[in-house]
Design a protein around this ligand. Structure first.
Ligand code: FES
Ligand code: FE2
Length: 436
């Protein structure tokens, strides 16, 4: 049981009142508590299976501040091994990605097979004697590792519930993406990565709930004719949260009467495949009417799948799909891991166009992302300032709304996206984990 500090007490009350202390976005003490209570016990997204298709393929990823080598062994099994030599603690993997049958520690040369077994110790007999048993000195595997539709998650808590239970009803929304084709997804290259002076929660807020910011923050894109001017477009659609889990989704369509290219404007052949591959009729119907889909899985994975302008006057615009992890580095500091993905069996011309669409709009070079990160950094600075720390911020949008009884999907849905409902649900779960 965590000690209820004044800040935690303020947070508990604040979630219900829709008033959150600004300093939660820049506070060393809270950062340390999050590492233990949130990142020490949550299912954290590590990698997509398509990043490591062949035996020996590996990528280096993080859960909290712990580096893990996510590697496919010669036996085809995916493991996540703590990148810390069992001898004296050195990192044994010196590249962010690659293919290796073994990892050799650069300090004294202990050598591990890609399933983690220690197989080589220089001068083993002379140095450690006959009683030394290499079998006891393999790399530590992550306590839990599970996969959902190609998405690899890890958990530091051996007692954690299953990934399936953790995800709960957000799976219905994830499937709109993971099951658009029975062939599944593949990454379009390694993730783009960059460091931003902000807090992981602040970045995530935009993706879980804040369509309200688009009209102002991304105004330049409206002026260029790339995003729609009318507020109705940002408002319209459903905002859905999964109670008790912290997850949320925004399913944005087009206002009644607006011209909407169905199914994100994916090519016709992909629409046909989706019809066959979605688990339910309801999912297909929802997907067909969707223009922008955002999903956030508690704690720090967000997914964005937009086509920009409903009347798609913008030449050659095709939808893009990005997965991103808001990886906390320190108080007020994150590293963003951002992947572009596509259906494995999409036409080649589409794969190339969707990659360009991603690069232009999102990612470190994307126009949207640059607008956002500038704002997140300055909010974070204020949150750490002597005056700002004491202020409470407004999370009261949509407090009087009632749920939409006609929404066909699971979770609690509101028929408008101008609401902080998903945020209040996210922070309710966040506080609950900090206190348990
Ligand atoms: S620390 Fe790795 S071999 Fe010594
Ligand atoms: Fe934005």
């Amino acid at each position: 049981m965590a000690v209820k500090t004044p800040m935690l007490e303020e947070l508990v009350k604040g979630v219900e009142e829709g008033l959150l202390p600004a300093r939660i976005f820049n506070d060393p003490e809270l950062f340390a508590l999050e590492q233990e209570k949130i990142f020490g016990r949550s299912w954290v997204y590590l990698a997509h299976e398509s990043e490591i298709p062949k035996p020996g393929d590996y990528v280096l990823r993080y859960v909290g501040n712990n580096p893990y080598i996510v590697v496919r062994g010669e036996d085809g099994e995916v493991r996540a091994l703590l990148d810390m030599c069992r001898h004296r603690g050195m990192r044994v993997c010196r590249a962010e990605m690659g293919n290796a049958s073994h990892f050799r520690c650069p300090f004294h040369g202990w050598t591990y097979r890609n399933d983690g077994a220690l197989v080589g110790v220089p001068a083993e007999r002379e140095a450690f004697g006959p009683s030394f048993n290499k079998a006891e000195w393999g790399l530590y595997p992550i306590p839990r590792l599970e996969v959902f539709d190609g998405m690899i998650f890890g958990n530091l808590d051996p007692q954690a519930p299953s990934l399936e239970e953790w995800l709960g009803d957000i799976r219905w929304y994830l499937e709109l993406i993971t099951k658009r084709s029975s062939a599944g997804l593949e990454v379009l290259g390694p993730p783009q990565r960059w460091v931003v002076n902000t807090d992981w929660k602040l970045a995530l807020e935009t993706f879980i709930s804040d369509s309200y910011h688009t009209l102002m923050t991304h105004r330049s894109l409206i002026e260029l004719g790339i995003a729609p001017r009318d507020a109705k477009y940002a408002m319209y659609g459903e905002q859905v949260h999964i109670p008790g889990k912290g997850h949320g989704s925004m399913v944005i369509g087009a206002p009644p009467g607006a011209k909407l290219p169905p199914f994100w404007r994916y090519p016709e052949e992909m629409l046909e495949r989706a019809k066959a591959s979605y688990p339910s009729r309801e999912q297909f119907e929802v997907a067909r009417e969707t223009r922008i889909l955002l999903i956030t899985v508690f704690p720090n994975l967000s997914i964005h799948n937009p086509i920009r302008k409903p009347d798609h006057k913008y030449q050659g615009a095709v939808p893009m799909l990005t997965f991103r992890v808001w990886h906390p580095l320190g108080p007020g500091k994150i590293e963003i891991f951002s992947w572009a993905l596509v259906e494995k069996d999409a036409p080649e011309w589409f794969k190339e166009k969707t990659r360009l669409s991603y690069l232009r709009f999102f990612g470190s070079s994307g126009t949207f992302e640059q607008d956002d990160t500038e704002i997140w950094s300055l909010v974070t600075q204020n949150a750490g300032s002597s005056q700002g720390r004491g202020l409470r911020l407004c999370y009261r949008m949509g407090m009087d709304l009632t749920p939409d009884p006609n929404w066909p999907g699971p979770g609690v849905a509101y028929g408008i996206n101008f609401t902080d409902a998903n945020l209040r649900n996210f922070y309710r779960r966040y506080v609950e984990m900090l206190l348990s």
